[in-house]
Design a protein around this ligand. Structure first.
Ligand code: GRF
Length: 222
């Protein structure tokens, strides 16, 4: 008997290019998951259009009925209800730009992973490309990690690396890192659904049964 497909919900705030890559991989049959829903904390996120065009349920949780911006606690209350209603097995934060509370993270009944544009544990938080340039690092990239109460500090599952080039700006780095993100996100989800990365082992900081974490990929372009 074939196993049930993992139900994945995606949280977004912006363009949703990473969401699009997931949608495309699912459509092409490369990624065997069910995209059960997308939650956006911004009503102007292009990710909403991408999800709707793909026929994926979308919850836009940005404002309360009187027009005021939703507080983080109201957002979390509704987001938790959605995640439960969709019976998600995995939540992917793909360009989701609000900091979530410890209470919410502990309440979500399934693992959550986050895409971060740096080689964690370096450069947690914002403006990672500028900070890499300011420090004169010659390596940069992106990470997918487990979401824990401490910001950008959960076990790193996978990383994609590139070389910083002479003349790189924050913009050129952001573009090149994004090319890596588009490979790393679906690849990591695939490793999780295939059991190559064990979230349970990662949570308890044990090495995954098959490989030491994080799995580091060199995805630089010529
Ligand atoms: C990504 O580059 C991610 O690193 C950053 O936000 C961006 C999201 O891009 N945190 P998109 O919304 O998936 O296009």
């Amino acid at each position: 008997m074939s196993q049930a497909r993992m139900k994945v919900a995606v949280l977004v705030s912006g363009s949703g290019s990473n969401l699009q890559v997931i949608i495309d991989r699912v459509k092409s049959g490369d990624l065997e998951i069910d995209l059960v829903g997308v939650i956006s904390n911004r009503e102007d996120a292009y990710a909403i259009t991408r999800a709707k065009e793909a026929g994926i349920p979308v919850a836009v949780l940005s404002h309360v009925p009187n027009g005021k911006r939703m507080s983080i606690s109201t957002f979390e209350k509704h987001a938790l209800e959605q995640i439960q209603q969709w019976s998600a097995d995995l939540v992917v934060l793909a360009g989701f730009m609000r900091v979530l509370s410890a209470q919410f993270i502990h309440s979500v009944p399934c693992p959550m992973i986050n895409l971060h544009p740096s080689l964690l544990p370096n450069y947690k938080g914002l403006d990672t490309h500028q900070r890499v340039l300011r420090s004169g690092d010659n390596r940069h990239g992106c990470s997918v990690h487990l979401v824990t109460a401490e910001l950008d500090a959960g076990q790193v599952l996978t990383q994609a690396w590139l070389s910083v080039r002479t003349g790189d700006s924050a913009e050129t780095l952001a573009k090149r890192v994004q090319v890596l993100e588009h490979q790393l996100v679906p690849f990591t989800i695939d490793l999780i659904i295939k059991g190559v990365i064990s979230i349970q082992d990662a949570k308890t900081a044990k090495s995954s049964s098959m490989m030491p974490l994080p799995l580091k990929l060199w995805l630089d372009q010529p």
